[in-house]
Design a protein around this ligand. Structure first.
Ligand code: BG6
Length: 531
């Protein structure tokens, strides 16, 4: 996204195909590759955004032949594709898939990979350009990168590029993120390193930039003078499913906050960049992270809340407690919920709290950023107290219903003057229809095009960890005594509500639809002098 160019690509068939290249997927037999990456590559192929000179090389420990891997990929596509599988597009792609089996720690694997890439380069004219995608568990990030370097597979020349996409989690705290950056930096230049955060592949997340900076009317009110506070909610209905092993070592804070949620916060809070060049955007994002007030241990106790779900009901179905999930310790202290209040010490945001919350097994799957504006200083209706007016809210819905809505007060029709909050709604699907997408298409395409805007720079990752590090430290030193402290299917622990009540505020209920004509919210009877 070097510039906001809405015509550069789209999944409905417009856009420039990427240049010749091979995409190597480490962890090709794993879940991410199966569910997201291969379907995303297929979607790009179907949208004619891949070049004819293209190949995929899958790498995993599983002992498949290329034929067997293609068959498996075909079966998976029929189950997991985001739409009906177009045989021509899939056939085109399947013929370009190759497979190399081996142990990521074994240098022979990389010798084999080199030979396969040389062959593919001849057969498919990929011109030596390679995108290595590390869809592997984090302990293999340094292993694979070092082996790629040792096998001379990361060397670029004038016309040949080599890029490496590294999945999350990028480190598990500040020290490990710095160490990983250093290790990666010994092999790769920063321009070759693509640290992925799949939240940046979501349309509405990208639209935050367009919304803020391609419109003249919002930016003037996007600051402490007009904004009362900001809320970011990332709520999931799912529990940890079969990822208990990983999740026990991570927990909600590491899993969601320094990465996904900080992406949302930085895009919502940053200053206008001087251009939409990757560096310019990243420079502004990192200023936000650095301006977040540091958590002292006392502040952690007052301004950060953790929770773990007990059994409960989600969507009408009884579900078990986190501690009963597979691979989870029966006395686990791992948080599955986090809420926090942050202060951004900048001229734009001083004194405006940014509240964030994320949790598993919550009442509803919803990701949204809410900008709550200040109340008007007075109401024209004399005897109405200002307190009875619902403040304007701008809600940026990231999922599941992508869109933006602005609430404002309106008169409810009728002889008695009553006001209620109504909504102006923009739904992505109404305007643009729905295009099958996994959310990874843009990111893979951008990497092939050499555009790192939607990826994380080394310093951004470290700045994110630096913010949460004091919270991790305090929570480690003081294990929770009240887990499980929220029921599955609820909106999290009571302390998270108190976090806002203390400031005279409350979480926006994401289930509420303020524009429903039969049930407007906050109706206020206003005396008019008529009786
Ligand atoms: C991943 C986390 O990065 O994001 C998961 O590891 C989480 O725990 C997922 O469920 C949420 O992504 P999405 O796109 O479903 O909101």
């Amino acid at each position: 996204m070097g510039s906001i160019d809405t015509t550069r690509y789209s999944l409905d068939g417009q856009g420039t195909p990427a240049g010749p290249c091979a995409m190597v997927i480490f962890g090709a037999a794993g879940d991410l590759a199966k569910r997201m990456l291969i379907p995303a590559i297929y979607n790009l192929a179907r949208s004619r955004l891949l070049p004819d000179q293209f190949a995929v090389v899958g790498v995993s420990i599983e002992p498949y032949s290329t034929e067997q891997f293609r068959e498996r990929a075909t079966e998976n596509m029929h189950q997991l594709s985001t739409g009906p599988v177009d045989q021509d597009s899939w056939g085109w792609l399947a013929n370009r898939i190759h497979y190399v089996s081996g142990d990521f720690r074994d240098s022979n694997l990389y010798t084999q990979l080199r030979a396969t890439l040389d062959r593919v380069q001849k057969e498919q004219s990929t011109e030596g350009n390679c995108l290595f995608y590390l869809a592997v568990s984090p302990e293999f990030f340094p292993v694979v990168v070092q082996h790629l370097g040792a096998a001379d597979l990361t060397k670029e020349s004038n016309h040949v590029w080599r890029r490496v996409v590294i999945e999350k989690p990028f480190g598990r705290d500040l020290a490990s993120a710095i160490a990983l950056n250093q290790c990666v930096g010994q092999v790769l230049k920063e321009t070759q390193t693509y640290r992925i955060d799949h939240y940046l592949g979501k349309e509405t997340v990208q639209n935050l930039l367009a919304f803020r900076f391609a419109n003249g009317i919002f930016e003037p009110v996007w600051n402490r003078r007009y904004v009362d506070h900001v809320q970011v909610t990332v709520a999931e209905e799912l529990g940890v499913e079969l990822r208990g092993g990983y999740y026990e070592t991570a927990g909600a804070l590491r899993d969601m906050v320094p990465n996904h949620i900080f992406q949302l916060i930085t895009l919502a809070a940053m200053e206008p960049p001087i251009s939409f060049d990757a560096h310019a955007v990243h420079d502004e994002q990192i200023k936000v992270l650095r301006a977040i007030q540091q958590f002292s241990p006392e502040r952690v106790l007052d301004h950060a809340v953790r929770g773990q779900y007990g059994e409960g009901t989600v969507n009408g179905k009884h579900v078990q407690a986190y501690r009963d999930e597979p691979q989870v310790a029966p006395d686990s202290q791992t948080p599955t919920y986090v809420a926090m209040s942050l202060q951004i010490d900048s001229w734009r945001w001083a004194g405006v709290p940014f509240y964030l919350r994320t949790g598993k097994r919550m009442a509803k799957r919803v990701t949204q950023v809410v900008i709550r504006f200040r109340k008007p200083p007075l109401v024209l209706f004399r005897k109405t107290s200002v307190a009875s007016v619902t403040p304007n809210e701008l809600v940026i819905n990231i999922q599941p219903d992508e869109g933006i809505s602005l609430s404002f007060e309106a008169k409810i029709p009728g002889p008695v003057v009553r006001v209620g909050a109504v909504n102006m709604d923009f739904q992505y699907s109404d305007y643009f229809g729905t295009t099958p997408s996994t959310g990874y298409e843009t990111l893979i395409y951008d990497c092939m095009m050499g555009d790192p805007t939607l990826f994380q720079r080394a310093d951004m990752v470290e700045a994110g960890w630096a913010v949460v590090e004091p919270v991790l430290d305090v929570w480690k030193a003081l294990p929770p005594r009240d887990f499980p402290n929220y029921a599955a299917g609820s909106w999290g622990p009571a302390q998270a509500d108190e976090l806002l009540h203390r400031d005279g505020r409350e979480w926006r209920d994401p289930v509420r639809h303020v524009h429903r004509p039969t049930a407007p919210l906050a109706q206020t009877a206003v005396p008019t002098g008529k009786s």
